[in-house]
Design a protein around this ligand. Structure first.
Ligand code: PGA
Length: 249
């Protein structure tokens, strides 16, 4: 059975003291919540500190927001899977902001996915069509490219996040019809063992509606995840609703 998940993507936000307070507040609030997996992805510079804070209770997992695909070497400014693996369980790969601002293409995303798996990290693979008018098949193409050379028996070791680019950071989620359509198409590619998340302006207003859909295993939360109160509410709602509805097999 796939696990319901809530993933926080802090992006390039938080100074040291903010990260400390946010991580501590989240850890304490999540401690009594059962039935979901919560993952926090802070900026890489705070990975160690945030991981130390979150590990004290053991309930919240940590993820990196990005990594390079080489294990070590002369790659100034990059962080490698070997640096992350002792600290974090997850790594976000192929986020649309990486694709747009740092020119990551499908080849690079695929290399990163394979490297994450090779080194024992669970990649959260982000895919999504660019414009509201773009077809969902653009996201499916990205997904197929990202999974090149990954044997099907490893699909249980990945997470897919469907994030229509046009719904990211816009304050408005995609329509439920659209999200469910995409979830079904992604499920056809990855099979039954891969958790599939929705991301794009997730906030407290519509979290219950999203959680009610058995096709959606989890959410990837950006802006609402750097406000402790809203992120905690999202986790509480996800746990409360999913414990009744579960995830579709
Ligand atoms: P948002 O970001 O929730 O701020 O739209 C989501 C994401 O980019 O992962």
């Amino acid at each position: 059975m796939r696990r319901p998940m809530v993933v926080a993507n802090w992006k390039m936000n938080t100074r040291a003291s903010d990260a400390y307070i946010l991580a501590t507040t989240i850890r304490n609030a999540i401690a009594p919540i059962e039935g979901i997996e919560v993952v926090v992805c802070p900026p890489s510079i705070w990975l160690g500190e945030v991981s130390d804070i979150l590990k004290k209770d053991g309930k919240v997992n940590v993820g990196a927001q990005n990594m390079f695909y080489e294990a070590e070497g002369a790659f100034t400014g990059e962080i490698s899977p070997l640096m992350i693996v002792d600290i974090a369980k997850y790594v976000i790969i192929g986020h649309s902001e990486r694709r747009a601002y740092f020119y990551e293409n499908d080849f690079i995303v695929n290399e990163k996915v394979l490297a994450a798996i090779k080194h024992g990290l669970t990649p959260i693979i982000c895919v999504g069509e660019k414009h509201k008018s773009s077809p969902i098949s653009d996201a499916i193409k990205q997904l197929n490219e990202a999974l090149t050379h990954l044997p099907k028996n490893r699909f249980k070791d990945i997470v897919v996040a469907y994030e229509p680019v046009w719904a990211i950071n816009k304050g408005k989620v995609a329509s439920m019809d659209h999200i469910v359509k995409a979830m079904i198409k992604i499920r056809e590619v990855v099979g039954r063992d891969t958790p599939i998340l929705y991301g794009g302006s997730v906030n407290t207003d519509h979290i219950t509606d999203l959680a009610k859909r058995p096709e959606i295993d989890g959410v990837l939360v950006g802006s609402a995840s750097i406000r402790a109160a809203s992120f905690i509410k999202i986790c509480q709602e996800w746990a409360a609703t999913k414990s009744f509805k579960g995830c579709a097999a």
